[in-house]
Design a protein around this ligand. Structure first.
Ligand code: PXP
Length: 248
């Protein structure tokens, strides 16, 4: 495997969403994570939200103990989450914005506006050996700020591109894609590792997977939905196949 293989991080949050709809123990996100590993996921992503609407503290504990692939722990930049991250020391911590009223992570983090606070916030995480990733819009000032605060990784928000595709706004989709392409090259030129994700599907993954600077995609909701129809293992394998095909 070359160093430049595009990695696939599978986000298992929505297995927990289905479990929590009934409040019981199944479907078990940890079982999904192990299955995803076996299907070729290079990492597992889980977002512990402040309101615990899907992933729970116990899920994070279980994942941190049981995974053989890296855990990418998504969290808001709060003291509570920092303490949890420092307890588990996951491979990666991805900082995301969080609003209680949103259905999903709607935009990227405003790094430029909070540069000093975030620089202090990530320092102990870096010292603990976590790779710090910042989830941001494909926006030059945000990328520059992420670089200045010492993040190792940025994850570019692909939501606007995917929404434009789904709603048939193809000119906008193409403009978003061009912006993502330009900004992934820019971030790479600063020495940042570039990841991307949010809203990706079989229809939208390939143009993003083809960006040579992108090293990892994080994909969740679509894969968990697709698993209803074809099973989680084949759903992940098909995503992997499309990524490899786009990568050439
Ligand atoms: N990357 C980040 C930073 C996210 O917050 C999410 C959603 O939790 C994803 C990737 C995955 O998005 P989706 O579930 O739409 O594939």
């Amino acid at each position: 495997m070359t160093d430049h293989r595009l990695r696939l991080g599978v986000n298992i949050d929505h297995v927990a969403t289905v479990r929590n709809a009934r409040g019981g123990a199944y479907p078990d996100p940890l079982r999904a994570a192990k299955l995803a590993e076996a299907a070729g996921a290079d990492g597992i992503t889980a977002h512990l939200r402040e309101d615990r609407r899907h992933i729970s503290d116990a899920d994070i504990e279980g994942l941190a103990e049981a995974l053989s692939v890296p855990l990418n722990f998504e969290m808001a930049a709060t003291d509570e989450m920092q303490a949890i991250a420092l307890r588990h020391k996951p491979h990666a911590v991805c900082l995301v914005p969080e609003k209680r009223e949103e259905r999903t992570t709607e935009g990227g983090l405003e790094v430029a506006r909070e540069e000093n606070r975030l620089a202090h916030f990530i320092a102990p995480l870096r010292d603990a050996g976590c790779r710090v990733s910042i989830f941001i819009a494909a926006d030059r000032p945000q990328i520059e700020a992420a670089h200045r605060i010492g993040a190792a990784v940025i994850e570019l928000h692909t939501g606007a591109y995917c929404d434009a595709h789904a709603e048939g706004r193809f000119d906008e989709r193409d403009a978003e894609l061009a912006r993502l392409r330009e900004m992934s090259a820019f971030a790479h030129s600063l020495g940042l590792e570039v990841h991307a994700g949010h809203g990706l599907t079989y229809d939208t993954v390939q143009p993003i997977a083809a960006f040579p600077e992108v090293r990892e995609l994080n994909i969740g909701h679509f894969l968990i939905g697709e698993a209803i129809f074809r099973g989680l293992d084949p759903a992940i394998r098909e995503m992997r196949r499309l990524m490899d095909e786009a990568r050439g």
